[in-house]
Design a protein around this ligand. Structure first.
Ligand SMILES: NC(=O)c1ccc[n+]([C@@H]2O[C@H](COP(=O)([O-])OP(=O)(O)OC[C@H]3O[C@@H](n4cnc5c(N)ncnc54)[C@H](O)[C@@H]3O)[C@@H](O)[C@H]2O)c1
Ligand SMILES: O=C(O)C(=O)C[C@@H](O)[C@H](O)[C@H](O)COP(=O)(O)O
Ligand SMILES: [Zn+2]
Length: 368
């Protein structure tokens, strides 16, 4: 890549006085220019996990200016640890260190760390500063932006949480070099989501560039991250607390969250469950007469090219799906609200799917 491509790009999440930048580029971690401006005071806690710490904790620490009181908390890894008990560990560590309201939490890791550290920041002494330093593709394109924080409940994903915006998002694209291929594919599911809900040109570009993206081509990844963040920032700025358009970001999630909860958190990666959930949403859209068979096939083909699963778990019956989907946070007045596709690149919120149509889709969708 040329120097100009290497220079970090900055986007803005426009939320009035809580607006914040998303810096995207290689080599950001370890460079004090990027973290220092967003620290609330001298007390800083880096929250990370056992996988990420040996890879990037030292570099993150090196990116902090001298003279700070820096603590590190290394949590266990995995979606199954996205619990209130883990968040309590963060609060315990903050109190043990005597951290006050002007402390800053740095979330160094994937979406699990980001969601938990963000929720800990939202509640500690009724709210302290935090900075997102996402190290998975999924976290870089989605979870680090927009301020949804929280933890899982055995009955449902992200059931306990808060909207709490970070002071900045720092995306060091170099961190993707160590990401396992399965995690890269999981992140690609959320990237494909943006194309499907709002940007048909981006979807077509992704179809062309999927090989480059899976091969960790730096320029292709940088473009995918930037376009994804721009679309998310635009939607969040329009509807921070999901009263309307933000719900489109949930394409595939009503089905996907049901799979994650039913299978036991961590057995299916979030992105894998969302990927197959988007195919289910596309297939349901076809049953409602909105998508053609060819358009559903297009969705299936791009998910396959991203090496994502295309079938639901063999042991999930129709009622297993419906029981969990009835608890979904989008539902109002006991009606299921689903995100469906009018066309690739054009999603909508729909709460009038006949139960028999949904049940038939769930019964007939392929299992693996
Ligand atoms: N808040 C939101 O808006 C939002 C959006 C999307 C997803 N989420 C949540 O995010 C979570 C999924 O995030 P995720 O996919 O990042 O999972 P994750 O946080 O579990 O990270 C995936 C795996 O990659 C490892 N890892 C992280 N960075 C690495 C690196 N650079 N190199 C090697 N390994 C690395 C992690 O330790 C973990 O094992 C789910 O809990 C999901 O609900 C939240
Ligand atoms: O930011 C959003 O809004 C999203 O829906 C993004 C999703 O990719 C993400 O998985 C989110 O955590 C789901 O939110 P939830 O409210 O359905 O738990
Ligand atoms: Zn998601």
């Amino acid at each position: 890549m040329s120097d100009s491509q290497d220079a970090p790009h900055t986007l803005q999440v426009a939320l009035g006085e809580r607006s914040y930048p998303i810096h995207i580029g290689p080599g950001l971690l370890g460079d004090p220019r990027w973290l220092a401006p967003y620290l609330a005071g001298r007390q800083v806690m880096i929250v990370t996990n056992e996988t990420v710490a040996p890879l990037y904790l030292e570099r993150c620490r090196a990116g902090l200016p001298d003279g700070l009181e820096v603590r590190e908390l290394v949590l266990p890894d995995g979606e199954a640890t996205k619990t209130l008990a883990s968040v309590e560990r963060i609060w315990d560590a903050l109190l043990a260190a005597g951290f006050n309201r002007r402390c800053t939490l740095i979330a160094l890791g994937g979406g699990v760390i980001g969601d938990m550290a963000g929720f800990a920041a939202a509640c500690y002494q009724r709210g302290v500063a935090f900075v997102q330093v996402p190290t998975t593709l999924l976290a870089q394109v989605d979870s680090s932006v927009g301020g949804k924080t929280g933890v899982n409940h055995p009955r449902g994903k992200n059931m306990i949480g808060a909207f709490w915006q970070p002071r900045a998002v720092l995306i060091d694209t170099d961190t993707l070099a160590t990401l396992p291929p399965r995690e890269l594919s999981a992140g690609l599911a959320e990237v494909i989501k943006y194309g499907l809900i709002r940007d048909a040109d981006f979807l077509a570009w992704l179809e062309e560039e999927m090989g480059a993206l899976r091969g960790l081509d730096a320029a292709a990844l940088a473009r995918a991250i930037e376009r994804s963040c721009a679309l998310k920032a635009e939607i969040v700025a329009e509807d921070e607390t999901e009263q309307g358009v933000r719900a489109l970001l949930n394409l595939g999630h009503t089905f996907g969250h049901a799979i994650e909860a039913h299978q036991g958190y961590g057995h299916w990666l979030h992105g894998e469950a969302v990927g197959v959930g988007m195919l289910m949403a596309a297939a349901l859209s076809q049953r409602l007469g909105w998508l053609t068979a060819g358009e559903v096939e297009r969705v299936r083909t791009i998910l396959e090219a991203a090496a994502l699963p295309l079938a639901a778990p063999a042991d999930m019956a129709v009622e297993d799906f419906l029981d969990i989907m009835r608890l979904d946070k989008k539902n109002l007045d006991s009606r299921l609200r689903l995100i469906l596709l009018r066309a690739p690149g054009d999603a909508c919120v729909h709460d009038e799917t006949p139960t028999e149509t949904l049940a038939a889709l769930l019964a007939e969708f392929p299992r693996r």
